[in-house]
Design a protein around this ligand. Structure first.
Ligand SMILES: Nc1nc2c(c(=O)[nH]1)N[C@H]1C(S)=C(S)[C@@H](COP(=O)(O)O)O[C@H]1N2
Ligand SMILES: [Mo]
Length: 505
């Protein structure tokens, strides 16, 4: 046995292969839900630097929704495939957690055992030597086996770049896409080029990672496989065991690919069950990873007037006559008859507020970046009344009220089982309710809310993804538990797209 290829190294290498596949495949699921990439944070139509769809975006705001832009990928390609961004995101979360644990343990062991010396170059000679290897490869030759002790200069450079540059960059840009980070550390996100910059860099790193994997696996089989494969499989540099190692390696690769695809089909077989499982395992991790950061910092000043977006995507179009004649009539009457119902079954008193009543409450005004979990973003100035101030008009919180449910005049864009569409709603917990920027807004960029953005009033929950931000708000109610409403997952996007109740990340 060659101690240079200890079991931990081989096991973690295999684990990494399995997990990277999960991350790539679930990442493609997310990309397919908004198959465009931008550097600009307003995601204006026609300004994307790369797109994977032939659809042309209308220049006009509010006629095209991001849900319409979704593409469906085969479960053979993405995890789980078939427009399931909610499950894709949960898989990405679970994959990231396991990949981080595996990767961290690997790097620690690398340094603890001194094995880092053969991966991280310590001499400038690595560059001329790598160049020499490269010219040999380019001439379709193989560097002789003496170069590999156990890695040649080109491998050292490749591995070091992937492990210590590309992987950390993926972690940093991945974090920047989380609203938990975006809303608390906006300057950090700005440094990476905003949400879209982070998303684009994440994508480019993914491409580098994918090309690396293809090259890496090919070279293992093409260059001195009789040495590589016995080392990888058995930890021994014994060419006599090549046939055995080759068979085990190929069988393992096939088994891993079959496992990746099986995850897709298992997920699709019972999507709500898979959502429950994935949320149950990822939620505690989120709590540990992000829980310590509460409460989020007040008085954000990171975004200023010059960050305000020219264009704002839409998700969900204004209610039509089959959705709410009431809303259309109120709109035509300039909202004079609009009433916001504030109450709920668990409380005897209720209120019907006019728009002026809402405007009479202390106005909260701020600039923030909206991120839809599909991938687009836009920065706007919002003005409104804090949700907690509105609920305070009812008196103290009923003792058993644990959540607030906000319901729209508009209907859900689609239901998970294609039953008739039900009113769009979202539920937030008490902690979210009391956050600084949980606001019922009536104005954007100093103007009354446009119809497509939720006129006359829409919810903003700046610590969360867009799916909590109910537009065309009809009622705000105290509730005890959300499991009795809708499909019981705490909101329309949770019910129909299997997003997590916790929309912070
Ligand atoms: N009533 C209603 N509210 C809604 C939606 C919807 O479809 N209907 N979509 C949500 C989602 S997923 C997002 S990202 C934001 C988009 O807000 P915007 O259209 O103002 O950009 O609205 C949220 N609120
Ligand atoms: Mo969204």
């Amino acid at each position: 046995m060659d101690p240079d290829f200890p079991l931990w190294l081989r096991a973690m290498h295999l684990m990494n292969f399995v997990l990277i596949g999960i991350l790539l495949r679930s990442g493609w699921e997310m990309l397919s839900s908004l198959p465009r990439l931008w550097w600009r944070n307003d995601c204006a139509p026609g300004t994307e630097w790369l797109r994977f769809t032939k659809r042309k975006l209308p220049k006009e705001e509010g006629v095209y929704t991001s849900l319409m832009d979704e593409r469906s990928l085969s479960p053979l390609i993405s995890l789980p495939g078939k427009k399931n961004i909610g499950l894709g995101r949960h898989w990405h979360g679970l994959g990231t957690t396991l990949w981080l644990i595996n990767g961290l343990a690997y790097v620690i062991l690398l340094f603890a055992t001194g094995l880092w010396r053969r991966i991280i170059p310590t001499s400038w000679d690595v560059f001329p030597q790598a160049w020499e290897s490269l010219t040999i490869y380019l001439g379709f030759g193989k560097p002789s086996i003496e170069h590999f002790q156990p890695y040649d200069a080109l491998q050292m450079l490749g591995y070091t770049t992937i492990i210590f540059v590309v992987a950390p960059l993926m972690i940093l840009t991945g974090l920047a896409m989380a609203p938990a980070i975006r809303s608390r550390f906006p300057r950090y996100v700005k440094m990476l080029g905003g949400h879209q910059g982070a998303r684009s860099i994440h994508f480019i790193c993914m491409v580098i990672m994918t090309l690396f994997i293809i090259m890496h696996v090919s070279l293992v089989f093409l260059v001195h496989a009789e040495h590589n494969l016995p080392k990888m499989m058995f930890g021994s540099d014994d060419p006599a065991r090549y046939a055995q190692a080759f068979t085990v390696a190929v069988a393992m690769i096939i088994a891993v690919i079959a496992f990746w695809i099986a995850l897709s089909y298992i997920s699709l077989a019972d999507r709500p069950r898979m959502q429950r499982f994935l949320v149950a395992v990822t939620e505690p991790v989120r709590r540990v990873a992000f829980g310590w950061m509460k409460p989020r910092n007040r008085n954000q000043t990171a975004y200023t007037e010059k960050d305000i977006s020219e264009f704002h995507w839409t998700n969900g179009l204004p209610p039509t006559a089959d959705e709410s004649v009431e809303w259309l009539e109120m709109r035509d009457n300039d909202w004079a008859d609009w009433r916001l119902h504030v109450g709920g079954d668990m409380i005897d008193s209720s209120l019907e507020l006019t728009l002026d009543d809402v405007k009479a409450l202390p106005a909260h005004d701020y600039i923030a970046t909206h991120t839809c979990m599909q991938g687009w973003s836009a920065t706007s100035r919002w003005t409104g009344a804090r949700l907690e101030d509105i609920l305070a008009l009812l008196g103290p919180r009923p003792a058993t009220a644990k959540y607030v449910m906000i319901t729209s005049h508009g209907l859900a864009q689609e239901m998970i089982d294609h039953r008739p569409r039900e009113p769009f709603y979202a539920v937030i917990d008490l902690e979210t309710l009391h956050e600084d920027d949980t606001v019922l807004t009536y104005s954007r960029n100093g103007q009354p809310l446009e119809s497509h953005l939720g006129a006359p009033a829409r919810l903003r929950v700046e610590s969360n993804h867009g799916y909590k931000m109910v537009k065309w708000v009809k009622s705000i109610e105290w509730i005890e538990d959300y499991s009795v409403y809708g499909d019981g997952r705490g909101g329309t996007r949770e019910d129909s797209a299997l997003q997590a109740f916790n929309g912070r990340i």
